[in-house]
Design a protein around this ligand. Structure first.
Ligand code: PMP
Length: 407
């Protein structure tokens, strides 16, 4: 017996080694690069890689609120929300998020990823009285967390072409039972927006629910950053549920589901990533609450981040690069090959500019790209310098590329 189990473990780890060698040989291996702490005021690096869209991650009110929450409530939540992990701070954050985004109720979870798993799996209803399983209709460009939610859910799935309400209608028409349409509001790689109003119309025609992942819309889209569902007039609707992350525009950590109170009650009782997960750390809840308050008081941050995204796009396309016209804060620039994307990112880093790099398997073959994120706290001069660095370090063949999906 001991010999057999040792043998099977060897095989598993041999397989892992072979996989890693293949990835490394193809230039696709990923490594962690710990980011050194920067003294405040240090301008030696410009960050266009993170998702701190409004510059709130290091805002003194936000970091002070995180520390105060840890002092008052402890470093951790101590348990799952249903056992010991619900504090008054969590309840206040839930009220504040729901009120700001225009929904009846909210439920905070430990990440946006957990929020998406919770919402998709809990809303994929069991078979209807006729015994027909429910259907999940998912955009092919959706974030991994929505895809994983669909994989976990015991439902039929239809993956539909990107941002295509006609394809959604077709999938719904072909299915006689309950259905939920699942989409990002802003797609995380290309930065383009989903046609939410049209999708909602199709859903209503067919009696389907609509779940919108507004991870990249909160704080960036809608009046005062109230998000994409609010901008599309869908916030608070009886048949619309949204998820958000607290880790992008709010500069904190965690996620939430927003929707009708009966949906939130259902999640509290059934969503496994809520019920069996430790509650959000109080420091993260306190930081997100403070960030929401800054956002309410300083709506100019929202206009600014969109202007910065527009400026990045304008300058890059004028220089001959193929970039998606940003609907929110993400600007995606095509690279000729995955290797060129990696070299381009490294060359930018060497010049003090951090940018994201997307390549297979995160994106399909042939559409590798740099991913730039706009921030409200970037000056025009910083934007100009960042673009100059991207232009100067561009690999051969990076200009004049044909647009691909979503570009
Ligand atoms: N949805 C989208 C569209 C995202 O981009 C992300 C973060 N990459 C998530 C969900 C997950 O959010 P979190 O990082 O809070 O888990």
């Amino acid at each position: 017996m001991p010999h057999d189990s040792a043998h099977s473990l060897d095989s598993v780890f041999d397989w892992i080694d072979a996989q890693h060698r293949a990835r490394r040989d193809a230039g696709l291996a990923r490594t962690l690069r710990p980011r050194p702490a920067r003294p405040s005021g240090d301008t030696s690096t410009t960050d266009l890689a993170g998702n701190d869209y409004l510059g709130l991650c290091r805002h003194p009110r936000v970091t002070r609120a995180a520390a105060a929450a840890a002092h008052r409530w402890g470093a951790g939540a101590t348990g799952s929300r249903l056992v010991s992990g619900s504090t008054e701070l969590h309840a206040e954050l839930e009220r504040s998020l729901a009120e700001f985004c225009g929904f009846e109720a909210a439920l905070v979870l430990s990440s946006g990823y957990a929020a998406n798993l919770a919402a998709v799996t809990a809303l994929a209803a069991p078979p209807d009285p006729a015994g027909t399983p429910s259907l999940l209709v998912s955009d092919e460009g959706n974030h991994a967390s929505l895809i994983d939610g669909c994989r976990l859910a015991r439902a039929r799935k239809a993956v539909v072409p990107h941002a295509d309400p006609t394809a959604v209608r077709k999938a719904l028409t072909a299915h006689p039972g309950r259905a939920l349409v699942v989409t990002d509001s802003v797609f995380s790689v290309d930065g383009d927006a989903a046609p939410l109003a049209d999708l909602a119309r199709v859903c209503r025609e067919r009696g389907a629910g609509l779940l919108v992942d507004d991870a990249h819309g909160l704080g960036v889209l809608g009046e005062g950053g109230r998000g994409a569902p609010h901008a599309a007039g869908l916030a608070g609707a009886a048949d619309v549920v949204a998820t958000v992350t607290l880790s992008k525009s709010l500069g904190s950590q965690g996620g939430a589901v927003l929707g009708p109170a009966r949906v939130i009650t259902h999640l509290v009782n059934t969503a496994r990533t809520f019920v069996f997960d430790t509650g959000l750390a109080p420091a993260a809840a306190g930081a997100a609450l403070a960030a929401l308050d800054v956002l309410r008081r300083e709506p100019d941050r929202v206009t600014r981040v969109r202007a910065v995204a527009g400026g990045l796009h304008r300058r890059l396309t004028a220089a001959g690069f193929t970039a998606v016209r940003p609907d929110a804060a993400v600007v995606s620039v095509r690279a000729p090959t995955p290797e060129a994307a990696v070299r381009w990112q490294a060359a930018c880093r060497a010049e003090g500019l951090a940018v994201g790099c997307f390549r297979p398997p995160s994106v399909p073959d042939g559409v590798s790209r740099l991913r730039l994120t706009a921030r409200a706290d970037l000056s025009d001069r910083e934007v100009e310098q960042a673009v100059a660095t991207i232009v100067r370090t561009a690999p051969a063949g990076a200009r004049g590329l044909r647009p691909e999906r979503g570009l």
